[in-house]
Write a protein that binds this ligand. Structure first.
Ligand SMILES: Nc1ncnc2c1ncn2[C@@H]1O[C@H](COP(=O)(O)OP(=O)(O)OP(=O)(O)O)[C@@H](O)[C@H]1O
Length: 620
């Protein structure tokens, strides 16, 4: 989701904001108290003109200095009480609302961790970041200020008009004149502003994505001298955002001007009419002073409505964006369709029909068993053939199977299906005879350990990074063994050994060092099944040979599927499977395949053109 595919139709701000109720519910008493205190403070402000009327018509008219001093004292007390009440309101809301924001952020983070990989493939990370930061901050501000003040100002305006009509109903009616045009204009403003608010918040997300990519890819940018083009992309987006913000400001200026001007005109008309009435002796001077003071006291509550509506729209948009992520379905245990017996949603319409996958008729076997596995990425085009068209493969218990295939043939994709990072579209995978969809995910991911070609390290110590793959009881001894297997002895030469912090994505380590730590993480828990995606690609031949020797010992009691590009990695394996055109084209030992498969021989020789060979239609 980016700014470009944001909803463009009108939506109800109130309905969006009501979705916040479950988070606001626990602090509702405090919020209600704060609102009550604010209404009290605001209405106290309306008593000030009445005291003024008493001073003008009483002590001033009677030339009584003592009375004037008493009036001034009342005014001072009223002002101080009003200020104290507003302070109390702020104290009442500050802590609970920080809690609401933290709870929402916590839920968002937890949910993001549980969303399937397919979701993260689709969503730019900047969009997710901006929802967890800017949008939630907007919501906290909305709950702290505009929500209360929409209520407070509404009540103040209502009470104010009752006082005005009581003081002099004809002048009060003059002030009520602009209400209907103002309501219509506010409605028009809201519908326009909501669209621009959505656009602006999505653009903040896009901008965050560019900044994040620029920081993470700083080496590529510098290496290719791409600062200018990257800066240009950033400037373009930031200018677009600036344009959107200016549109927001223009709309706000327009509604603010209208909301200020119309009541001012009405107050002007009431002043003229009131002066005539005082001159005719129909109205006391004190009443006119009180009337105009009340009208002026209502200026801020009326004028702020434009601003409050705008902030409420921003908050409604932020709520909508927050729940777009929260509504995405998490990885659930038993929700996997059984595509081998039912058609998948995508397979109902495509013009390309994958070969019919036979129902899983073969009895489940021990080890890792791929039975007629079909896979298509959820966002793939309907016409595109599935990445994996029909995979039948059996990795026997304790066996190490190398997976070889041309670039883009689907090797990585196949490895992600075993720990259910993606769900199969058809067929099934069993581990020791048990369908992986019937194994609780947490258990499945304890059974299956993975290491990917692109190793990710977290901002934590080396030890913590490696032990992420360990069971609860594993400690120092397991860590040392895993580091030894992965030939990661270099960590002992780091400044604080295994306690050394490695930076974001392990930036302070070399590619090969990071790969060895990722490998150590994969083997530390002595997993029953191991899935390695070309785990030795960044190592020099000598280190690779050492890692292989150590891995062979680990792999002896583990069932492993290892993606391999190089003969040296293939030699780790008992057998090799060749993946071609979405199927397993051949299975055998390295030597057997070298003789029986041209494509395999070509892939291992590292020369020639893959397309030419793969078109030869190698068979098993
Ligand atoms: N998240 C994704 N969404 C859609 N298509 C994808 C996605 N990831 C990979 N693909 C496509 O699936 C195909 C197989 O990709 P995969 O990464 O599995 O190949 P591979 O055999 O591991 O390649 P390599 O040897 O280069 O690592 C490619 O055509 C790729 O474009």
């Amino acid at each position: 989701m980016t700014g470009t595919d944001a909803p463009t139709k009108e939506r109800s701000a109130v309905r969006s904001l009501l979705r916040l109720w479950p988070y606001v519910r626990p602090v509702r008493t405090r919020l209600a108290c704060a609102a009550f205190v604010a209404v009290l403070a605001s209405c106290l402000g309306l008593v000030i003109p009445l005291v003024l009327k008493w001073i003008v018509d009483g002590p001033v008219a009677d030339r009584d200095p003592g009375g004037v001093w008493l009036g001034a004292l009342y005014l001072l007390l009223l002002g101080l009480t009003e200020a104290a009440l507003f302070g109390l309101r702020r104290w009442l809301v500050a802590r609970p609302l920080a809690g609401v924001e933290a709870a929402m952020r916590g839920d968002l983070y937890r949910h993001l961790q549980r969303l399937p990989v397919a979701f993260h493939d689709r969503w730019p990370s900047g969009q997710l970041l901006s929802r967890g930061t800017t949008d939630l901050m907007l919501l906290r501000m909305f709950l702290a200020f505009p929500l209360t003040f929409l209520l407070v100002n509404g009540v103040t305006i209502l009470v104010g008009f009752v006082i005005l009509l009581q003081q002099q109903w004809s002048l009060g009616l003059v002030l009520l004149g602009p209400v209907i045009p103002l309501v219509m204009l506010c409605h028009a403003f809201e519908s326009k502003y909501s669209l621009v608010a959505r656009r602006s918040q999505d653009q903040v997300g896009d901008l965050t994505t560019v900044v994040e990519e620029s920081v993470l890819g700083i080496r590529v940018i510098k290496g290719f001298g791409r600062h200018r083009s990257q800066a240009h992309a950033f400037r373009e987006l930031s200018l677009t955002l600036r344009g959107t913000e200016l549109t927001k400001a223009r709309l706000l200026a327009w509604i603010w001007a209208v909301i200020t001007a119309l009541p001012e005109l009405a107050v002007g008309a009431a002043l003229v009419l009131g002066t005539v009435q005082v001159a005719d002796g129909e109205l006391s001077a004190g009443t006119l002073v009180a009337f105009l003071s009340t009208a002026l006291a209502l200026r801020w509550p009326v004028e702020s409505i434009g601003f409050l509506l705008a902030v409420s729209q921003d908050a409604a948009t932020a709520t909508e964006r927050y729940f777009e992520v929260m509504d995405a379905r998490e990885e659930a245990e038993g929700d996997t369709p059984r595509p081998s017996t039912q058609p998948s949603p995508t397979s109902l319409t495509p013009t390309y029909a994958p070969p019919p996958s036979a129902p899983p008729s073969v009895p489940p076997r021990d080890g890792i068993f791929f039975d007629g596995v079909v896979f298509r990425y959820p966002d793939a085009h309907d016409d595109a053939p599935p990445v994996l068209a029909h995979i039948d493969l059996h990795v026997r218990p304790g066996e190490t199977m190398a997976l070889v295939g041309a670039t883009g043939s689907g090797k990585t994709t196949l490895t992600t299906l075993v720990p259910r990072l993606h769900e199969v579209t058809g067929g099934r995978i069993t581990l020791d005879g048990r369908d992986i969809t019937s194994i609780p995910r947490e258990r499945l991911r304890e059974l299956v350990s993975v290491a990917f070609e692109e190793p990710t390290l977290f901002s934590a110590s080396v030890g913590e990074n490696v032990l992420m793959g360990a069971g609860d009881g594993d400690g120092e001894a397991e860590l040392v063994r895993a580091l030894d297997t992965a030939q990661a002895g270099f960590v002992h030469r780091l400044p604080q050994g295994t306690a050394t912090q490695v930076g974001e994505q392990g930036l302070s380590l070399s590619g090969g060092q990071r790969q060895r730590l990722a490998l150590a993480r994969a083997v530390v828990g002595r997993p029953r099944f191991l899935v390695l995606d070309d785990p030795l690609s960044a190592l020099d031949v000598h280190t690779e040979a050492l890692v292989e020797a150590a891995l062979r010992r680990v792999l002896a009691d583990t069932t492993a599927l290892v993606v391999a590009h190089r003969p040296s990695t293939v030699l780790l394996a008992d057998r090799v499977a060749l993946l071609s055109d979405g199927r397993i084209a051949a299975v055998g030992t390295h030597q057997e395949l070298l003789h029986s498969s041209d494509e395999y021989a070509w892939l291992m020789s590292g020369t020639g053109d893959s397309g030419a060979v793969s078109k030869k239609g190698d068979t098993a």
